[in-house]
Design a protein around this ligand. Structure first.
Ligand SMILES: [Zn+2]
Ligand SMILES: [Zn+2]
Length: 356
């Protein structure tokens, strides 16, 4: 029930004081109580009056949000499942239809994506649950019966002795809040006043989804409510890549120094998988065009920047040391014989120099 409707049912508006509210309700109860009113619609009217009164009281006591039944709790994240459901494409929230069924404010929850999923886009099942006010008892945990309250025998008030039994006061019956109707536990909610509503939605996350993005998923019916989901995206830290604030995807990888010197091929991880890349001993930074993160949602992919760190193994392996000695000797010989090379020219200048 909406708060506006509740006031309308009692013929009041928001500005009514608590005393006016109670007085109006008492007057309506006096008119419509089925014990006093034989009309066929009396039971129904009485129920509507009590429901409206309970709703307004709960709102005024802060136990019920004005137009949003109950707060939301919990969120569990479900992994992808092969359940064949039509994917709901994330998009801007559709225009609210004023004739629509009760609509609660969007339910906000976090969704964690891997960097690959965020980069390439993915379809995931999002599921969880939240609490809503029990529609049967409007959050009171009780049902109002058509029978008279046994405590006050339907009068709505009880006598309470005052002045040491010399006199008495009429007080509101504690068991029926003064409406004279019997109460029974509400079964659908087991008297808790709230219901747990589960939701499950297939959601398409576009390529280029960034950390902190909020994805609106159009309403779907859950329990008695139309529920919009607002998914706050969190991207998990990646063991190999980093995404900088400008949306540039980077990777820093160590490479064998000899492989780097000799221009060998290495495997570089990218969001799509491993990619061959040729090392170049004049370069430490490499740009892989179109292998990075999309600059905009569903846009073309940007560049992937790879920085290599050549690593030379320590020379404590005698076999490797011998091979290196061989390599140095043979390359020095070749270089010194070549007059056009820096090493050859240097060797000649050194040989013609007479130290003092
Ligand atoms: Zn209930
Ligand atoms: Zn009573």
């Amino acid at each position: 029930m909406e708060t506006k409707e509740a006031y309308r049912a009692l013929g009041l508006d928001h500005s009514a004081s608590d005393a006016e509210l109670k007085a109006t309700w008492r007057k309506l109860v006096a008119t419509w109580h089925p014990d006093r009113n034989p009309a066929a619609e009396a039971v129904q009217r009485m129920q509507a009056i009590n429901k409206a009164y309970q709703h307004i009281r709960l709102v005024r006591e802060g136990k019920l949000a004005s137009d949003a039944p109950a707060d939301s709790t919990d969120s569990t994240y479900g992994a992808d499942s092969p359940q064949p459901e039509a994917p709901a494409h994330g998009s801007a929230r559709p225009q609210a239809d004023p004739q629509a069924k009760p609509h609660r404010p969007p339910y906000v929850r976090k969704v964690r994506l891997s960097l690959e999923e965020a980069c390439l886009g993915c379809t995931r099942t999002v599921r969880g649950q939240f609490q809503q006010t029990c529609p049967t008892c409007v959050g009171t945990g009780q049902r109002v019966l058509a029978t008279a309250c046994p405590t006050c025998r339907g009068k709505g008030s009880v006598r309470k002795a005052v002045l040491f039994g010399w006199s008495w006061n009429e007080e509101e019956c504690p068991d029926c809040s003064g409406d004279g109707r019997q109460r029974a536990p509400c079964e659908p909610c087991e008297s808790t006043g709230t219901q747990t509503v589960s939701y499950r939605r297939r959601v398409r996350f576009p390529a280029g989804t960034r950390d902190g993005h909020v994805l609106n998923v159009p309403a779907a019916r859950h329990g008695d409510l139309e529920v919009d989901l607002e998914l706050a995206i969190e991207i998990e830290p990646h063991p190999l890549f980093t995404l900088d604030d400008n949306g540039v995807l980077r990777c820093e990888m160590p490479v064998n120094g000899y492989a780097w010197m000799t221009g060998r091929w290495v495997d570089v991880p990218t969001p799509d998988g491993l990619q061959h890349m040729r090392l170049n001993r004049d370069a430490l930074v490499y740009r892989l065009a179109g292998k990075g993160f999309p600059a905009t949602s569903n846009g073309p992919r940007g560049d992937f920047m790879v920085r290599v760190t050549p690593v030379f193994p320590p020379l404590d392996d005698p076999q490797q040391a011998a091979l290196l000695d061989q390599l140095i000797a043979s390359s020095t010989q070749t270089a010194q014989a070549d007059d056009t090379q820096a090493l050859g020219q240097w060797a000649r200048r050194l040989a013609s120099w007479q130290p003092g």
